[in-house]
Each structure stands twice: as structure tokens, then as C-alpha cells.
Design a protein around this ligand. Structure first.
Ligand code: NAD
Length: 484
């Protein structure tokens, strides 16, 4: 085993459990990285108790003092950047460059939390003579964050710095496929000075997620993962009267118009479909080409051929993923689509036990094919041809999902038309991965997100806090009227 066994992190220390374990295997080469415990209700209960015990002192600490810990934590992330990068690379399989960018994004998310005192100052108004109303944003208590496999370091940071800086105590449930990064996050938070019990990690799978949704002392649940599980979690958590935001899967459309800049578009589309081996909820997995776009497609093919598994393309997460992705490609081909670049059966020399799919481009996909509608989650671009921009938007609008959509054009008017009419939460204009950077918040529409708030940025402040309104009057000379 390359790393020590993964253990739960409760009340500021790693704890052993008496549960079954799972092996954690690197998708890069099949190497055994570690083992992790499959926790149940007892382990969760222990962590919730630790969080509850930490909450009174933590929430009473002034916000300006709490964020000092995150300034120190940000420095620790920077100092440990290479080690954290290597860890993400090994457990998730993405390239070192992608893993480094992921940890750098975690640093930016932490930086945003450090700015929270500037953003959450309350409001105060004299509402009638001598009477003041003041509004404060108060923490909720013990909250939970459930994460997927595709960003072992960044997705936990979507929630940890903001939720904790705002005064909550947290239970993190990492993906059982990539649980090691979370252990390092816990250690670094403690090193930065976070009091014991404010942040806890409970490892496991479905059972622990269900226990989180049911636990009476957890006030709010954030979830990031597939739409299938997002629906289960959102229903179950809200049914138990918890606040919940659940981000799901995606099918992001890149609408390419014939006037688009060829080089910019080809580079943007190729990077969007293949980055992190297509395992991003922001990946452009369906391109809708409007009218005569063949020169642009030729350039995208040229770009895709420069993407080499094991070099500038990482692995996919598992054998099942590889098989699922290749099945989508084969079914589309059998149904009449034309494979322009074929990434099936990719093998990386010396890493024969890794799971690789090469970049794949399939033209003449029709909107009814599974590859056009479903989330493939691999480095695959399905090209659908449309006659008009309205036809393209119709295809985009009929998707169940609505995370991101992008348009490539040099016309401001047509770009604006797509901005207005695409049914997605995050829109790109000549940008293939339109992730809004802080302070803008991250979140999709339709079946890509359930719940009212977004998960990061300013919108997350509303999710992680509740408003307290206090009305005060001290001076009798202010008199009495019907409002006071
Ligand atoms: P997943 O839904 O399989 O797992 C997510 C979490 O849910 C994990 O912690 C897992 O242990 C748990 N889980 C799995 N099955 C469960 C069940 N039946 N009941 C309760 N809990 C269960 O997702 P994944 O494969 O880890 O991640 C990939 C998915 O996440 C993709 O669909 C991707 O689009 C999505 N994703 C979305 C966003 C977004 O912002 N919308 C971001 C990242 C990933």
C-alpha cells in the first residue's frame, strides 16, 4: 500500500473503526493505494456528537477571528501544493497539470472564505422612532457535505471554507473511490488551528449517505454527484426537514456557429471535451454544429489527435467507466454515427492495468441517440448537426440537464441570443468550460441542481446561514406608536 490506511477523522484525530473496508486503487496503473472503512450510523453518530460539542465555541468566535484560520490554511495549501497535487493525480487519475489546477482552485475557494467578513456584514435600520431592526447571518449548526470522485480536493473545498468560516461544524463524506485527499485536508485544517470537532470526515458509501440524510442533528446537507443520487439525497434530506442543495450530472452543449474563430473554437472545444478525461460536470460532451462548420470540425479533429492517453490525457476512474464509455461510442457507431477520432481500446505502455480511453470525436450523431442525451463522462465529443441556431437551441433546451452551455461565434448578437435562450445555469461565450470564478457562484439548472441556492460564492452564504432579525428599543422618550 502506497498510503497509510484511510481512517475517519473525528474530534481532531484519526479514529479506527471496526467496519468492513474497501480497497482504494489508482486508476492510473491499478496500484493499491490504501484501504478505507465503510462506516455506518455509529461512526456518523460519533462524528455528529464531536461536531455538536465544538459548535457553541466555534460559532461564538467572531467571524473575523475564524477567517484567520483560513488565511493560515491557504498558506498551508500553497506550501503543500505539490504533495496534494500528486495525491489527486494518483487517486483520481487526472494529469499532474489538471491535479495542480484543481488544488489551485481550492486555494481560490479558501481565499473567498477569507473575504467573508467583507460580505456578510449585517443590516441595521431605525424602523420607527427609537426602534431598530438588525439582521445577522447566523450559522445553522452541524452540516454535512457529500462529494463525488471527480474532484477529490476541489469539490470538498466548494463547501468546507465557506460553511466553516460562517460558523458551522461539518461532517465530510468523500467519495469511496478517492478518500485519501480528504484525510490530508483534515490534517492541514488542524495544523492551521481549526479547533477539534469543527471538521470531521466519515468514510463510506451509500449507507453513510442515507444515515446523513436521516440524522436528526444534521441541519443541512450539500451533495455533489450524479443526478440519480442527487434526487435520492434531495428527497430524503428535505423529507427529513433538512436544508439541501444537491448538484447532479450534466450534458453540456457547445453550439458552434460557422462564423466562429477556427483556432479559438477548436482549442476550446477539444479542451472542454477531454480535460480531466471528460470526467467534469462542466465538460462539453455534445457539440451542435450549425450550418457549414466542417473546417472547424477538421481543426477540432487535428487538436484531438494531439491528446495522448498517459501523456496529456489522464485515466478514467474505473474499468466499469471505461466499458460504459466505449459502449456509448460503439452503439452510436452502430446506429450510423461516424467516428472521426477513435479512443476505444487505448492502452498506455507500462500502465496496462490503468483505465484509459483516448479522445473520441463522433460526427452525425442524432438527437435521439443515447450518446446525445445521456452523460457519458469520458473524453468523447458527440457532434450533432443543426440547420439553424433555433434548431440548435431546441436540442439544448430539451436536455433534462442544464449545467452549462456555450456558444462559439464572432457575432455579439447571436451570442446574446444564446445567452438569453439556453436553458442552463452557466453559459460560455467562446469559453468551453464556463466555470464562474469567485465571487460568482457555481450551480446549474434543471436536473443538474436541486435546491434554491448555488453551492459556492455569494449564493452559498445564504445556504450556510439563517437570518436573525432583532428589534430593539431603549429610550422611553421615543414615544409609542402602533409599530413600537
Ligand atoms: P455518485 O452519484 O455515484 O456518487 C456521489 C456520492 O454519492 C459519493 O460520495 C457516493 O458514495 C454516494 N453514493 C453513490 N451511490 C449512492 C446511493 N445509491 N445512495 C446514496 N449515496 C450514494 O457520483 P460520482 O460517480 O462519484 O461522480 C460523478 C458524477 O458527479 C457525475 O454525474 C458528475 O456530473 C457529477 N458531478 C456534478 C457536479 C456539479 O457541479 N453538478 C460536480 C462534480 C461532479
Amino acid at each position: 500500500m502506497i498510503y497509510p490506511e484511510v481512517r475517519n477523522y473525528v474530534a481532531g484525530r484519526f479514529v479506527s473503526t471496526n467496519t468492513d473496508t474497501l480497497e482504494v486503487v489508482s486508476p492510473l496503473d491499478g496500484a493499491l493505494l490504501s484501504t478505507m472503512p465503510l462506516s455506518g450510523m455509529n461512526e456518523l453518530d460519533e462524528a455528529v456528537k464531536a461536531a455538536q460539542a465544538a459548535f457553541p465555541a466555534w460559532s461564538a468566535m467572531p467571524l473575523k477571528e475564524r477567517v484567520q484560520i483560513f488565511y493560515r490554511y491557504k498558506t498551508l495549501l500553497e506550501q503543500n501544493l505539490e504533495e496534494l497535487t500528486e495525491l489527486v493525480h494518483r487517486e483520481n487519475g487526472k494529469t499532474m497539470g489538471e491535479a495542480r489546477a484543481e488544488v489551485e482552485k481550492s486555494i481560490e475557494l479558501t481565499e473567498f472564505a477569507c473575504s467573508l467578513p467583507q460580505l456578510v456584514a449585517g443590516e441595521i435600520l431605525e424602523v420607527s422612532a427609537g426602534v431598530e431592526c438588525r439582521l445577522e447571518k447566523k450559522p445553522l449548526g452541524v452540516v454535512a457535505s457529500i462529494a463525488p470522485f471527480n474532484f477529490p480536493n476541489m469539490v470538498p473545498h466548494w463547501t468546507i471554507p465557506n460553511a466553516l468560516a460562517l460558523g458551522n461544524c461539518m461532517i465530510l463524506k468523500p467519495s469511496e473511490k478517492v478518500p485519501i485527499s480528504a484525510s490530508r485536508i483534515a490534517e492541514l485544517l488542524t495544523e492551521a488551528g481549526l479547533p477539534a470537532g469543527v471538521f470531521n470526515v466519515v468514510n463510506g458509501g451509500q449507507e453513510i449517505v442515507e444515515a446523513i440524510c436521516d440524522h436528526p442533528d444534521i441541519q443541512a446537507v450539500s451533495f455533489v454527484g450524479s443526478t440519480k443520487v442527487a434526487k435520492i439525497v434531495y428527497r430524503r434530506a428535505t423529507n427529513n426537514l433538512k436544508r439541501c442543495v444537491a448538484l447532479g450530472g450534466a450534458k453540456n452543449h457547445l453550439i458552434v456557429l460557422p462564423d466562429a474563430n477556427v483556432a479559438l473554437t477548436a482549442a476550446g472545444v477539444a479542451a472542454s471535451m477531454s480535460g480531466c478525461a471528460g470526467q467534469r460536470c462542466m465538460a462539453g460532451s455534445a457539440m451542435v454544429g450549425v450550418g457549414p462548420v466542417d473546417p472547424i470540425i477538421a481543426k477540432i479533429v487535428e487538436e484531438a489527435k494531439k491528446i495522448i492517453p498517459g501523456q496529456n490525457l489522464g485515466s478514467v476512474i474505473s474499468r466499469e467507466s471505461k466499458e460504459r464509455i466505449e459502449k456509448y461510442i460503439s452503439e452510436a457507431e452502430a446506429a450510423g454515427a461516424k467516428v472521426l477520432v477513435d479512443g476505444r481500446n487505448a492502452v498506455v505502455q507500462g500502465k496496462e492495468n490503468g483505465y484509459y480511453v483516448g479522445p473520441t470525436i463522433i460526427d452525425f450523431v442524432t438527437p435521439d441517440m443515447a450518446i446525445a442525451k445521456e452523460e457519458v463522462f469520458g473524453p468523447v465529443l458527440a457532434i450533432i448537426r443543426a440547420k439553424t441556431l433555433d434548431d440548435a437551441l431546441q436540442i439544448e433546451n430539451t436536455s433534462n440537464y442544464g449545467n452549462a452551455a456555450a456558444v462559439f461565434t464572432q457575432s455579439g448578437g447571436l451570442a446574446r441570443y444564446v445567452m438569453e435562450n439556453a436553458s442552463a445555469g452557466m453559459i460560455g461565450v467562446n469559453v468551453g468550460v464556463p466555470v464562474p470564478r469567485e465571487p460568482f457562484s457555481f450551480g446549474g439548472w434543471n436536473e443538474s441542481k436541486f435546491g434554491t441556492c448555488d453551492i459556492t460564492g455569494k449564493s452559498s452564504i445564504e445556504f450556510w446561514t439563517q437570518m436573525k432579525k432583532t428589534t430593539t428599543k431603549w429610550n422611553p422618550e421615543a414615544g409609542i406608536n402602533w409599530m413600537s
